[in-house]
Design a protein around this ligand. Structure first.
Ligand code: FE
Ligand code: CA
Length: 533
């Protein structure tokens, strides 16, 4: 599939320590005069408008948020059309959209080593407050973004509204779902992975029917290829607008690197070079999303699992079920269960993240405890197609049943309050009762799962409904299934109820298709499992 890549092309040229040296530890909060002299002298603003990829904010906290942009006058070219040197980028945060009452400002440094991206970790803001922000590079000023901090942990919160999304294969269709999401009144957006797809894109851009340059024809493997892929996705105006209007909490799934990869085990890429590819992919992901410095990759490793807390109402445990997972114990695709899947050493999260998750759930004081993660946790037995013999899709938690049972058993035995799993990946909607033993009708429901459909992946094709629909009667813990609609999921949380609305667009053949609520579900405080309303 691939010719050998020169090392310098793949490996990130910067690590956390080097970044801190270059930017004196806190570029985000330094004034110009405090910048290292070498950087200030070398800085040369771009000639052409550099904010072609928009602005974004993310990882909100009670006292601040991450502000993001990337300087790229020619976003689809390697290097984004930037000269190699570092560039100073001024930023400011205001209470109003006209940016007249500025409450925080500073100068960050955009480095070539990070594709001239900027990640500003603003501090000193007020909890549960709306802010506006913008960047300036030379004579160029960015669009004004809007963001919102969280309430301080433990403080009373009456309601939280968020949307979650996943799987936005660019050539599969337009982002009508983001167009409509941008019209919602949301506190935050959660993205559960498949932000990009690595596959080559044809000259007419699939369902988009637009001219796509030749550099997108091949699967992404090198850092330069991942970078232009993110840039292509981020030129989409609907995606940009959803980033501009709301803070995002993001995690990745497989396609940000390679389909169905598991830890250091590739699906089909040469194994001896896979970690180099993973390092390039993780680097490009960090460069293009509003993540904290703590998530900056160090070679092929990056700390993406983390927590975000909204007062006393909701805590998000954001998981990474890709980086640390065991090699698929029973093989890939649809397979019967094998003994290795039940081995306690077989893991989806890695032991450190699993302990972090369980400790965090034990310590949480919120009404709702959200596991924001990638692949479906509820069981889906495929036996209708296998003469009644149990067969599972091995890339999901069905391939790692012992790891799943450990988490769900902990949730049950430790009395974790209102655990709700939100999931991407399947390009389908499922609403599931989660049980320690799915095969035992007497096993109690211990948690609720909402699997959201794709933004665009699978396009307008009708394929998953006819295939997966007939499996549902064999899986009675699945309360709802739809395989053939695109959209996003809107969740409104109060101290008493969790309401989920499936927001589906009529088509992805245009960028402004109408949206409607296809079905709604409610979870009551203290009662695991969703009810359609
Ligand atoms: Fe996907
Ligand atoms: Ca996936």
């Amino acid at each position: 599939m691939a010719t050998r890549l020169p090392r310098s092309e793949i490996l990130p040229k910067i690590d956390r320590r080097r970044f801190l040296q270059l930017t004196a530890g806190a570029a985000a909060t330094l004034g110009l005069s405090q910048l290292p002299a070498g950087i200030a002298r070398a800085a040369r603003p771009p000639g052409a408008y550099p904010f072609t990829l928009g602005v974004a904010s993310g990882d909100p906290a009670a006292d601040g948020v991450v502000l993001w942009t990337r300087l790229a006058p020619s976003p689809l070219e390697a290097g984004g059309g930037m000269a190699p040197g570092p560039v100073e980028v001024d930023w400011e945060v205001a209470l109003d959209g006209s940016m007249s009452s500025v409450v925080a400002s500073g100068t960050a440094v955009a480095l070539r080593e990070l594709a001239h991206s900027v990640h500003v970790e603003v501090q000193g803001l007020q909890p549960w407050s709306e802010y506006f922000y913008r960047f300036r590079a030379g004579d160029h000023v960015s669009p004004v973004g809007r963001t919102k901090t969280t309430p301080a942990a433990g403080t009373p919160l009456g309601a939280l509204t968020f949307a979650f999304a996943s799987c936005q294969d660019w050539p599969a269709g337009f982002y009508s779902a983001y167009h409509r999401m941008a019209e919602e009144d949301l506190d935050v957006i959660v993205h559960l992975g498949d932000y990009i797809y690595e596959y080559g894109i044809g000259p007419t851009g699939g369902a988009r029917n637009v001219s796509v340059p030749g550099q997108f024809r091949t699967e992404t493997q090198r850092l330069s290829e991942y970078r232009i892929r993110y840039a292509l996705y981020r030129t989409d105006p609907d995606l940009q607008e959803a980033h501009r209007l709301f803070p995002w909490i993001v995690t990745w799934d497989d396609h940000e690197v390679e389909n169905d990869y598991a830890g250091d085990d590739p699906e089909s890429f040469p194994a001896e070079r896979f970690l180099e590819r993973r390092a390039a992919a993780y680097q490009a992901y960090y460069e293009h999303l509003p993540l904290r410095l703590s998530s900056m990759p160090d070679g092929p490793n990056a700390l993406l699992y983390r927590r975000v807390t909204y007062g006393d109402l909701a805590e998000f445990s954001v998981l990474d079920t890709r980086q640390y997972r065991s090699d698929p114990p029973c093989g890939r695709g649809e397979q019967p269960r094998c003994d290795l899947a039940l081995d306690p050493a077989t893991t989806m999260t890695g032991p450190a993240q699993e302990q972090w998750l369980l400790d965090g759930l034990d310590a949480s004081g919120t009404t709702w405890n959200v596991l924001a993660q990638q692949v479906m946790m509820g069981e889906l037995d495929h036996k209708i197609y296998y003469d009644g013999n149990t067969v599972y899709w091995q890339d999901a938690w069905d391939g790692f049943p012992a790891a799943r049972a450990r988490i769900l058993d902990h949730v049950a035995t430790h009395g974790i309050r209102n655990p709700v799993v939100i999931t991407g990946d399947w390009h389908s909607t499922f609403v599931n009762d989660l049980k320690v033993d799915f095969k035992d009708p007497a096993s109690p429901v211990v948690a609720t799962e909402f699997v959201g459909t794709s933004i665009s992946s699978n396009g307008d094709a009708i394929v998953y409904g006819p295939y997966y629909g007939p499996m549902v009667p064999d899986n009675p813990h699945i309360r709802f299934f739809d395989g053939d609609r695109r959209g996003y999921v809107r969740c409104t949380l109060t101290p008493d109820t969790w309401t989920t609305d499936l927001r589906m667009v009529s088509t992805v053949s245009t960028s402004d298709a109408p949206v409607s609520t296809f079905a709604s579900f409610v979870v009551q405080d203290g009662i695991p499992g969703a009810t359609q309303v």
